[in-house]
Design a protein around this ligand. Structure first.
Ligand code: SF4
Length: 219
């Protein structure tokens, strides 16, 4: 763990990069952009581990965009029924696939404005697919970990996802957006938990206003 002197002047993302040199990208398993779109839609309010349990069979049953577009909805719902909100998620997947077939020649789009037109696809989902599958960085993925850490580390003063994303995009250059979300997600999963963050093990605690506040309160 770096000392206070060593960490001084370093950006929190740089410090996290030193801590997590091997972390890059999503924990969702996929091969094709459509796989990733499906997995990301399924991952809302569900763990990546849970999604990764479902997707091997799912990807085998539905090997193409067209297969999802033509899917029997009930069967598709059945195939994902161990995931939260599976009925709606299956609907989003089928409708998105239909639109991709109709409007994009069956290819998952690689532009934000097209992605967010798909059913059930937020900017967060779009950012994951664009950055992972196409190496296109149009924003910062702001999931629940990124929201919490950006607030605790005072990288934003906002509560809303869109505003937090805007703050991170303004703070860091585009070429860093991908690693910013990856590092914050990694740290949120491992150390800076929503409840009981492990501040004493945290490499950025000397830079963390939330930690300073806890210290002042004598916790
Ligand atoms: S010091 Fe604590 S609250 Fe701050 S980033 Fe580290 S784990 Fe999170």
């Amino acid at each position: 763990m770096p000392t206070m002197a060593e960490s001084e002047g370093k950006d929190v993302i740089d410090l996290l990069k030193e801590e997590y040199p091997d972390v890059s990208g999503t924990a969702l398993n996929y091969e094709k952009p459509m796989d990733l779109l499906v997995a990301t839609i399924l991952s809302a309010q569900t763990t990546d581990e849970q999604v990764n349990k479902v997707t091997p069979d799912l990807f085998e049953k539905y090997p193409s965009v067209e297969a999802y577009a033509e899917a029997d909805l009930e069967k598709l719902q059945e195939a994902v029924n161990s995931v939260n909100f599976y009925r709606n998620k299956a609907k989003y997947i089928k409708k998105s696939a239909q639109r991709i077939v109709e409007e994009h020649d069956g290819k998952v789009p690689d532009r934000m404005e097209d992605m967010v037109e798909l059913h059930g696809v937020s900017r967060k989902t779009a950012n994951v697919v664009l950055s992972e599958a196409y190496n296109v960085h149009e924003g910062v993925v702001v999931d629940t970990h990124v929201m919490r850490l950006a607030q605790r580390l005072s990288l934003t003063e906002h509560e809303k996802r869109e505003k937090i994303e805007r703050d991170l995009m303004e703070r860091y250059p585009r070429e860093r957006w991908y690693e910013v979300s990856n590092m914050l997600i990694a740290h949120g999963r491992r150390i800076c938990h929503a409840r009981n963050p492990e501040c004493e093990r945290c490499v950025v605690r000397q830079r963390c206003p939330y930690y300073a506040e806890l210290q002042e309160q004598g916790e």
